[in-house]
Ligand binder design. Sequence first.
Ligand SMILES: Nc1ncnc2c1ncn2[C@@H]1O[C@H](COP(=O)(O)OP(=O)(O)OP(=O)(O)O)[C@@H](O)[C@H]1O
Ligand SMILES: [Mg+2]
Length: 291
Amino acid sequence: MKKDDQQRRDMALEKANVLMEAMPWIHKMNGRTVVVKYGGAAMEDPSLCREVIADIELLKLMGMRVVLVHGGGKAINQLLTQLNIPVSFKNGLRVTDDATMEAVSEVLIGKVNQGLVWSLNEYGNNAVGVSGADGKTLVCRQVDPDLGHVGEVVKVNTGLLESVLENDYIPVVASVGCGPDGLYNINADIAASKIAQALHAHTLAYLTDVDGLYADINDKETLISSLNLREAKELLESGELTTGMIPKITSIVEALESGVHDVRIMNGTFPHSLLLECFTDAGIGTVFYQE
Ligand SMILES: Nc1ncnc2c1ncn2[C@@H]1O[C@H](COP(=O)(O)OP(=O)(O)OP(=O)(O)O)[C@@H](O)[C@H]1O
Ligand SMILES: [Mg+2]
């Protein structure tokens, strides 16, 4: 056999081996619900965004019931800055006055949600955009008067999401909910966790702009590859967490306590991290297990 032919055969064999490695995972995950939360800088770059969208489409083609929940913190900050509205956070949650709430819905529902739906539909024409206010999916009450329109989810009505999933579509959910007096801003990590709990999801995956959870955010050598529920709770109670990791770890603990099998934090700016996490032995981010 010529050297070129041998090389081509080896490459083809390598591809077949990759598919075979994924087979037990595909078998295990078939028919299961996976909630993917997409946020942070990972959403800013259109070419990275296309890769994430392709991964999500592939999960669906492999038989998973996929729900995509998105944030849009960076895009919201950009609009607020343009409008000269101050950006302010308390314990990782955005202080949301009336003007900020208007900007949040404009960005999340009007722009980010529609952009994600459009991108997914370029692959398979099977995405449906909703906000948590549609079908009263995410029912909220005010968290704290100092935070304005920040909502705490008190109930998830799964009817709309279930019917979208049953009809073989991917629901794309903007993390806005409805309260007694209008729309509420919900941290997207918390929204994703509440939805995962209500749908009895197997896996909840957070795609963010860091590789995972660091023991020390200033030292990239301290990436934690796995934590069990007890360890995650201890970390939360230690008060060491800051900024966006507070709602993330809070919502992870809650998801695990409510029966979600595993929760993962991974870097959405790293090509195909979602596939690597879901279909290979070598997860690359941080995985949280019950035990
Ligand atoms: N211990 C830690 N390990 C990793 N990241 C941390 C840690 N502590 C704080 N962070 C910060 O958390 C950020 C991710 O959360 P952030 O809320 O900013 O983004 P997101 O949740 O992915 O997106 P969005 O808020 O738009 O939905 C990282 O960029 C990082 O700076
Ligand atoms: Mg966040």
